[in-house]
Ligand binder design. Structure first.
Ligand SMILES: Cc1ncc(C[n+]2csc(CCOP(=O)(O)OP(=O)(O)O)c2C)c(N)n1
Length: 332
């Protein structure tokens, strides 16, 4: 399966898994789907027959709340039956809401944000000590980078010159309740990583060509004498692929409900289905989809504030500061 096909599958499974379970984080699954798809189709060395294979690349999915994306990639890569995806979030399921290492193919349980990069850095350090060739990949959320522990790990990785560590930040500019810039300001994000000694590559994280080039560049960097760890800042859109979920914070926690929400999500996915991909749930899409009615809550901005939004024109991104008030004070 190529990366575009896998990304579509991840999105389709994500819609079904959150729909069936009433589970959260579909927006986060959709933004990271392309990153995870490219990793599993083109980048990470793994063996589903032998998940603990010593030479495998290690993978830490630090934004563990979007676990559905990884579960879908693992099932589609042969680690367990695709049918099991339907158990996501159910009592007794191995597919817990947040990523669990009880599942074959998962190296580290996550969900409590801020810990994944420390674990990944430790794995990369151990690989160096043991003179192992494998690499360690970590995927973080940008809101997650509010956690101080991230920056300890960033310094540790630079100090020990862990160029076998490749971190991808899903930079969708949103956290759980609002845009990052209205929560904790993180820009100039790339400059921060660079100041901490990392090799920084900034790309469109929903573009597979750019992702593949970035991973190649990171692999080349792993051979370089400079020994700097690499971060790929992957600019993405939260909710990417479903028009009414894009850049709307509502879909951090809301799941696609019965009716127009589920029908429209599946219908939109089918409009962009790559060839030779089968939908295991609704093979021909939705026959008579329910459409949103005029009074339905669609296309509204559900963030707590709207001083910054990638889709807003420049002049609307900041509330006009009144004389004598700094922009930051005004935002508060
Ligand atoms: C330590 C910790 N605090 C709070 C949460 C609750 N929480 C879950 S997702 C989330 C937002 C994460 O934002 P980001 O890292 O940008 O990921 P995104 O969903 O945008 O991909 C928060 C605060 C958590 N899981 N762990």
């Amino acid at each position: 399966m190529n990366s575009e096909q896998l990304a579509w599958k991840i999105r389709r499974h994500g819609i079904e898994m959150t729909h069936l379970s009433g589970g959260s984080h579909i927006g986060a699954v959709l933004s990271v789907a392309d990153i995870v798809a490219v990793l599993y189709s083109d980048v990470i060395k793994y063996n589903p027959e032998n998940p603990k294979w010593d030479e495998r690349d290690r993978f830490v999915f630090s934004k563990g709340h979007a676990g559905a994306a990884v579960y879908a990639a693992l099932a589609e890569s042969g680690f367990f039956a695709v049918e099991e995806l339907k158990t996501h979030y159910q009592n007794g399921s191995r597919l817990s809401g947040h990523v669990s290492h009880y599942l074959p193919g998962i190296d580290f349980s996550t969900g409590s944000l801020g810990h994944g990069l420390s674990a990944a850095a430790g794995m990369a350090y151990a690989a160096k000590k043991d003179r192992k060739e494998h690499k360690v990949y970590a995927v973080l959320g940008d809101g997650e980078c509010n956690e101080g522990s991230i920056w300890e790990a960033v310094m540790f990785a630079n100090h020990f010159r862990l160029n076998n560590l490749i971190c991808v930040v899903d930079h969708n500019h949103m956290a759980s309740l609002d845009f990052n810039e209205n929560t904790i300001e993180i820009e100039d994000f790339g400059a921060k990583w660079s100041a901490f000694g990392w090799n920084v590559i900034e790309i469109d994280g929903n573009n597979h060509d750019e992702l593949k080039h970035a991973f190649q560049e990171a692999a080349t960097n792993a051979e370089m004498p400079s020994h700097r760890p690499t971060v790929i800042i992957a600019n993405t859109i939260k909710g990417y692929g479903i028009s009414f979920m894009q850049n709307d914070i509502l879909w951090h926690y809301r799941f696609p409900h019965d009716g127009w929400e589920y029908d429209m999500a599946v219908t939109e996915l089918h409009e962009h289905k790559p060839t030779d991909v089968e939908d295991p749930y609704t093979p021909n899409g939705i026959e008579n989809p329910i459409h949103p009615q005029p009074g339905d809550d669609i296309g509204n901005d559900h963030t707590f504030s709207y001083t910054w939004n990638t889709t807003y024109p420049e002049k609307m991104r900041r509330v006009e500061a009144t004389p004598g008030t700094s922009e930051r004070e005004h935002r508060l």
